[in-house]
Design a protein. Structure first.
Length: 1013
């Protein structure tokens, strides 16, 4: 029995018979009838998918559609009346497989099995080439008509479809019409009415629907389905729908030709009430009770959500009310869906009666029919809350039986689950009975789970027919004879059964001798729990008995016993807890076992202690015997003569030396020495930058050049010019010397005798020479640029030109302008080559003895490579051997701790490596309790190359990283060590953060055998 909710369920022995009926061997060939008188089973070897069941009450037969087969079975005992094979031919099968389908898919799956008087309409997928055949009911081998199955049967057996044949012979099918399944359709064919379909490739009519069922009710044909909600404008969600069309619809004229003009659909609501309702959005199955105008439906949550199911019932009047209400329409694809008044509130499939061209068309406006099809109001169920709600399970199929009780009619629901079980529950407005599960029938072997494909109920015979993957079963709905006492009969709360006081047995109302003598009590859910725990009966009398002990010999005692039978544990109940036998007057004293070997010393050097143990079970004290006298453990000192080696350590650092420069960035250093050896980890010399402030800039000017004349007039008046250069440098680095700009001074000499000028003599010489404008006088072309003064960090370069006459003679003062130009160059920063930092301290040795290893690391950050500089050459990690001495007593190193066993223990072992004949002292194995630690990988920023998350932002995350390092990825530990100082044990804030993390994560801790806490 599967545990269902917290409601009580009656467990009866008859369910055990039902749950294990599969063990009963079936008869040879086609028919397998169980030897149990009330269960009948039919199966045929090799035949699968018994998914289509139809009742032929005229011939008292059950028609079954399976993969590649049709069967006619006798309703009484499920014996075979006829088997008809209907498999696709070889050419069709090869064509199917050539399109990429599997051999299993390329079979003929029966998906339409409809009875119409003396004919039966059968449609199958036929290896993705749908085919429909009309057959004679009494002889299904006789073919009356063959038609194309497209738009009547799906191509793919996995597509949900449904169909119904009306009294006038029209076939209404809801399926997909193309190979890929992208064109869903509600299609009418056959009969005397013209073929019609829903609008093609219009997601507002049908949006990826899953069709559930179809019914002919009055003037309409109703279809139940679920689809993506086109009116839902916030993400993607699924709504359950009821759609309807008029049976007299003949389509439109010019507009909506060959298309439904009366198609409408409304949403079905099945939800758990509350301030924020919980919706069961996906319809899975329906069942129609015409006598009550009720439609029951199974609703579940989305497959990607938590599993939950519910059953809701809808009255036809509520459905009609929704269709008579306003529509919901959308003016354009970007506008909101808004309510729109219904032009014809009580639409009853009225048509145009004049004798014009529109005679027979629907009275609805074709423009309205094209845009108004979604109803604004939601169809509400009969009750506020679902009739049945169940978490952690998904319901699949549903049938309902009507049972006359003592005072009222009961609706008994039979609900199949995804696990292959059937729940029997009551549908009643009585809150005391809502959600009552009367029983759960397990149809499959223990440990086997598969969905139930179909359910069919025969009310007149009170039988339930179940279609499974490999068989069909018939189960009686009333089994009152299994309740042997009045208490069992009444407390079962079974609507089929009551206690007949005259016959003194549990019977149905029909089988009772007199209704006044027949009692039924269905006021609350079944009182007895689903499980019954066992209880001890009274002790028996004391009796003589012997105690045969291999140590103490045979002794006489007194014994008594009791049984776990008041009551017996039933339906998974717990067995009795306690002794079933008591012994008296034969006591036995306890005795010590030999001492165990001495355990491992608590220290590797210096005085420690070791212990050994013994137990008081050789023999154990029994029946009042005395316990062992003395200690159960013994301790002694060890390693008393093994002094610990002198510690090797660094002396304190010396003071920092004077900085190498007064400004502009220098270095100073300090030293330390290694005491008691020369293997201290780390560097003995340490440098640090100092005086990083920039040096002041010093400027120097060159002397002025002599005055030179230019622009000399005939009267001797001219300009004079002289030049000097300014140099500037940061004195701490002469390579940063920069050439400043040239500075020029100009003055005017009038040559009128008022003042003397330094260039008078030069001008007099010039004036003696007549001024002749020489043709072709001018600057030569610029020479090429010189090389840059520096390779990086901003230098300069020059180029020159000369003033020449026509004969090539130089005349420097005759041309205007400068003969030299300067230009900056190589302004990029100079490359910085990387250099290693000091080695980190050596890590702890991996083992205490027997040979281990430790390691140290360094980083390329002193300085870090920049501007194209070279990276560091060499290893960033260095390893060395350590503790190579033999372990105390000749033992080798302990192995790693093993994974946790079923008892919650870990074990490790070691091997005795002593070369002498003296055996090793101590245990070769150790055990300890497993510890639970949280193992949490980073949720984001995961770097596949580094096997580690991104930056660690706080100590808590670093602790998680440490846990990951212990369990899985050592790289994470080094990553944390580089980016967070929280891993130093001396960091108090880190240790408090670790404690906080442990308390925070304890609710999610799981046992991890790979981790050491």
């Amino acid at each position: 029995m599967r545990k269902l909710d917290n409601r009580s369920i009656i467990c009866v022995d008859i369910l055990r018979t039902l749950a294990f009926h599969w063990l009963i061997p079936s008869m040879q060939h086609l028919c397998g009838v169980s030897k149990d008188p009330w269960i009948s089973i039919f199966s045929q070897p090799g035949v699968k998918d018994y998914s289509q069941l139809t009742l032929d009450l005229t011939r008292n037969e059950l028609i079954v559609g399976a993969r590649n087969y049709l069967f006619r079975l006798d309703l009484n005992n499920m014996s075979l009346a006829q088997a008809t094979e209907w498999a696709p031919d070889e050419e069709t099968r090869r064509s199917c497989q050539s399109k990429g389908k599997t051999e299993i898919e390329c079979q003929n799956y029966i998906r339409v099995l409809l009875l119409n008087k003396t004919e039966v309409m059968t449609c199958g997928t036929n290896a993705f080439q749908p085919l429909c055949i009309t057959r004679e009911v009494g002889n299904m081998s006789r073919v009356l008509e063959r038609v194309n199955g497209v738009a009547r049967c799906p191509y793919d057996p996995r597509h949900n479809s449904t169909s119904v044949v009306t009294e006038s012979g029209e076939l209404y099918a809801a399926t997909v019409i193309d190979f890929s399944g992208r064109d869903p359709v509600i299609y009418r064919s056959l009969g005397g009415m013209p073929p019609l379909r829903t609008a093609q490739y219009n997601s507002k009519w049908l949006n990826e629907p899953h069709f559930i069922s179809a019914y002919e009710i009055g003037l309409f044909t109703f279809f139940f389905l679920r689809e993506n909600a086109v009116e839902h404008d916030c993400g993607k969600t699924v709504y359950s729908r009821v759609a309807r069309v008029c049976k007299n619809d003949i389509g439109g004229r010019f507009l909506l030709e060959d298309t439904w003009t009366t198609f409408m659909k409304a949403r079905l609501n099945c939800s758990r009430s509350g301030e924020i309702p919980f919706y069961y959005n996906e319809l899975q199955s329906t069942f129609y009770l015409p006598e009550q105008d009720l439609i029951y439906g199974i609703f579940t949550t989305n497959v990607n959500s938590i599993a939950a199911s519910a059953v809701c019932a809808f009255n036809l009047s509520a459905i009609t009310q929704a269709f008579n209400g306003p529509f919901r329409s959308q003016e354009n694809p970007r506008s909101t869906w808004l309510p729109t008044p219904n032009p014809i509130r009580d639409f009853q499939c009225g048509t145009i009666s004049d004798h014009g061209p529109n005679e027979g068309l629907t009275e609805r406006s074709l423009q309205d029919a094209q845009r108004l099809y979604l109803m604004n109001d939601v169809v509400q169920p009969e009750s506020v809350d679902p009739l049945v709600m169940q978490d952690d399970v998904r319901f699949s199929n549903l049938v309902v039986d009507i049972v006359q009780g003592m005072d009222t009619l009961y609706h008994v629901m039979y609900i199949s689950t995804e696990y292959g079980t059937i729940l029997k529950a009551l549908a009643t407005p009585n809150k005391n009975l809502q959600g009552c599960y009367l029983e759960e029938m397990e149809l499959l072997p223990p440990g086997v789970q598969e969905p139930i494909l179909s359910l069919q109920i025969l009310h007149s015979d009170r039988s339930l027919f179940v279609g499974l993957s490999d068989r069909v079963m018939k189960i009686p709905l009333e089994r009152c004879g299994t309740y042997k006492t009045e208490t069992m009969c009444l407390e079962a709360r079974d609507p089929y059964c009551g206690w007949d006081f005259r016959q003194r047995r549990c019977t149905t109302l029909e089988d009772s001798s007199n209704m006044s003598q027949w009692k039924q009590n269905i006021t609350v859910c079944p009182l007895r729990n689903q499980t019954t725990n066992g209880g001890f009966g009274p002790w028996a009398q004391w009796q003589p008995c012997n105690n045969d002990d291999p140590v103490d010999g045979v002794s006489s005692c007194l014994c008594r016993s009791r049984s776990c039978d008041s009551p017996l544990p039933r339906c998974g109940g717990k067995n009795c807890v306690g002794t079933t036998i008591e012994v008296s007057n034969c006591s036995r004293n306890g005795g010590w076992t030999p001492w165990s070997s001495w355990g491992q010393c608590s220290t590797t050097c210096g005085t420690g202690f070791e212990l050994r143990q013994r137990s008081c079970n050789n023999p154990s004290p029994r029946h009042g015997g005395r316990v062992c006298v003395g200690p159960s453990r013994d301790e002694r000192f060890c390693n008393e003569g093994v002094p610990c080696p002198q510690p090797i350590f660094w002396t304190p650092w010396s003071s920092w030396t004077k900085c190498s420069t007064a400004c502009g960035g220098g270095v100073h250093s300090r030293v330390r020495t290694c005491e008691n050896g020369n293997s201290c980890p780390g560097c003995a010399l340490e440098y640090k930058a100092c005086n990083l402030e920039a040096c002041p800039e010093v400027k120097r000017n060159t002397p002025w050049t002599p005055w030179m004349p230019f622009n000399v007039t005939q009267s001797g008046a001219r300009h004079e010019q002289r030049t000097r250069y300014m140099c500037r440098a940061h004195l701490s680095d002469p390579h940063e010397l920069q050439i400043g700009r040239r500075k020029t001074e100009t003055r005017i000499c009038k040559h009128d005798g008022t003042a003397a000028c330094e260039t008078d003599s030069l001008v007099e010489e010039l004036l003696k020479i007549p001024v002749v404008r020489v043709a072709g006088l001018g600057w030569s072309s610029w020479e090429t640029w010189s090389s840059c003064s520096q390779s990086c960090s901003k230098g300069y370069r020059t180029r020159r030109r000369t003033c020449t006459g026509p004969e090539g003679k130089s005349a420097p003062a005759a041309c205007r302008g400068s003969p030299v130009e300067y230009q900056d160059c190589n302004v990029q920063a100079c490359p910085v080559n990387g250099a290693w930092s000091c080695w980190s301290p050596w890590s702890q040795c991996s083992v205490g003895c027997g040979g281990g290893h430790y390691q140290r690391t360094r980083s390329c950050n002193s300085p870090t490579p920049a501007s194209g500089g070279d990276i560091c050459i060499g290893l960033h990690t260095e390893e060395a051997l350590c503790n190579t001495h033999t372990c105390d007593g000749g033992w080798m190193t302990w192995s790693q701790w093993s994974a946790c066993d079923d008892s919650g223990l870990q074990m490790r072992s070691r091997v005795c490596g002593s070369q002498s004949s003296i055996p090793c002292v101590g245990n070769s194995t150790q055990r300890r309790d497993c510890n639970e630690i949280p193992v949490i990988l980073p949720a984001s920023g995961f770097d596949k190359d580094q096997q580690c998350g991104g930056k660690w932002i706080n100590s808590c995350l670093c602790f998680v990283c440490l846990l990951v390092q212990v369990c899985f990825a050592p790289v994470c530990f080094h990553r944390c060590l580089e980016h967070d100082v929280c891993f130093h044990a001396s960091n108090v804030s880190f240790m408090s953060s670790v404690s906080f993390c442990i308390n925070l994560l304890k609710p999610k801790i799981r046992r991890n055998p790979h981790c050491v806490y």
